[in-house]
Design a binder for this molecule. Structure first.
Ligand SMILES: [Ca+2]
Ligand SMILES: [Ca+2]
Ligand SMILES: [Ca+2]
Ligand SMILES: [Ca+2]
Length: 436
């Protein structure tokens, strides 16, 4: 079924709002690619390699299927997608990996981390046969990419990994691999949460080194997290922002000297424990005042209602008030026979064009409804930094139970942004452009 791009009601509403000249016309569909269980999508522009920015971009798509009980959930990649926009339907996706169960975020790995540029593929989930997650690093400087190099060889239980960010955790100058993870006891159902890092001792992952693990926070960040620099008392701190799914709270963690190697030195503050489940957390300047906000997609499980919130970070993140604003609400997931569902999900900010960014306009938000099967564009109705009102456009109705992740990038370098979104249940990747 073709996606219905903007329902009539919304189009009419937009026409009215468009008269103010503030809202941008929706992007046009460039094409759809059939790809079974397409889940997470990312585009990274390599620092190293031949050619211009367009040539050095790679699209990654991960997938998972509860029916693949012997574990062949694939991760795909496509070099220079912007050179192949016509037609999208014939994109020849190559397999990056088929060694992991239930692959999740595909995270960027900078050359300064381990000597080569690449990606880290995270994996693992709750469902039977998919509980043994991994952190696998690939060298994408070579074709085909080399790997996987497994950095979780010393795991002592099955962990589900959703994000892995390179960050110097012990202050020695080497980037370590920080990650949030969780484990469910198969008998009691109890969930163990763990924020940890894999220690970079200068051993190249390709040399089969065993990267030893340090658990930094027990019972804390488990899925989504970000690294921030925030001020308090005239000092800038290295801050871990945790979107805690199982604990249903937004939390900040810090140490006095930025050394995370001793868990006893970690301090914390709960920012908000009234959000419900936090699907993911973000850090961007949404209102164009030059100061980033924290924002998150959250789901109130008892009331089956999803919301997108932002928090204004106080001048003193430890002692000040974090003011919350609801950017949008009333997201309602489809139900499933087995397991809980939620909405909304992943998101990214973008400008429709370089011209809009250069003009200093507020960014738009591309948001996945996840288990409501849709994807949305949230557009600020005003350029006033004090106005947090957004108009919601439905970009895609996949027609299936669950949509996937979303990303935005000018993949062909023409100055207009492309939106790339996954339809998980229907097995499709959609590509839109703001180019006329
Ligand atoms: Ca280090
Ligand atoms: Ca080190
Ligand atoms: Ca701001
Ligand atoms: Ca473009």
């Amino acid at each position: 079924m073709a996606p219905r791009v903007l329902t009539c009601a919304l189009t009419c509403a937009l026409t009215v709002l468009g008269a103010s000249g503030l809202l941008v016309d929706p992007p046009r569909l460039l094409g759809e690619l059939k790809l079974a269980n397409a889940a997470f999508v990312e585009v990274y522009t390599a620092q190293r390699g031949e050619g211009d920015d367009v040539a050095r971009k790679t699209l990654y798509v991960s997938s998972f299927n509860p029916g693949n009980i012997i574990g062949d959930d694939k991760v795909y990649y496509l070099r220079a997608p912007g050179r192949q926009l016509a037609p999208v339907a014939e994109w020849d996706m190559k397999v990056l990996d088929h060694h992991a169960d239930w692959t999740n975020d595909i995270c960027y790995t900078p050359p300064e981390a381990v000597g080569f540029e690449g990606v880290t593929v995270t994996s693992g989930f709750l469902v039977p046969f998919k509980t043994h997650g991994k952190l696998q690093v690939f060298n994408t400087e070579v074709e085909p990419p080399a790997g996987p190099y497994l950095l979780t060889t010393l795991d002592t239980k099955d962990w589900a990994y959703h994000r892995a960010l390179w960050h110097d955790m012990d202050g020695d100058g080497d980037l370590d691999l920080s990650t949030a993870r969780f484990h469910q006891n198969s008998i009691t159902g109890h969930i163990t949460k763990s924020f940890a890092y894999m220690t970079n001792d200068g051993v190249n992952p390709a040399d089969s080194g065993r990267w030893h693990q340090v658990e930094v926070i027990a019972d804390g960040p488990d899925v989504g997290f970000r690294w921030l620099k925030l001020p308090s008392g005239g000092k800038t701190y290295d801050v871990l922002l945790g979107g805690e799914f199982w604990n249903e709270r937004l939390t900040v963690y810090w140490t006095e000297d930025g050394d995370w190697s001793n868990p006893e030195n970690v301090q914390s503050r709960i920012v908000d424990d009234t959000t419900g489940q936090v699907f993911d957390v973000f850090y961007d300047d949404l209102n164009g005042d030059g100061v980033p906000e924290v924002w998150a997609s959250c789901f109130d499980l008892p009331n089956k209602n999803g919301s997108l919130y932002k928090w204004t970070i106080p001048d003193d993140f430890i002692n000040g008030d974090w003011e919350r604003t609801t950017l949008d609400t009333n997201f309602h997931p489809n139900s499933m026979l087995f397991g809980e569902t939620m909405s909304p999900g992943s998101a990214i900010i973008f400008h429709p064009s370089d011209a809009a960014r250069d003009a200093g306009n507020k960014p738009l938000i591309l948001l996945s409804g996840d288990d409501d099967g849709n994807q949305y564009i949230l557009q600020p109705v005003s350029q006033d930094p004090a106005d947090w009102t957004y108009a919601r456009q439905t970009l895609v109705e996949t027609g299936g139970t669950t949509a996937g992740q979303v990303t935005a990038d000018d993949i062909d370098g023409d100055g207009y942004t492309e939106l790339i979104t996954a339809g998980y249940t229907v097995g499709k990747v959609y590509v839109f452009t703001y180019a006329p």
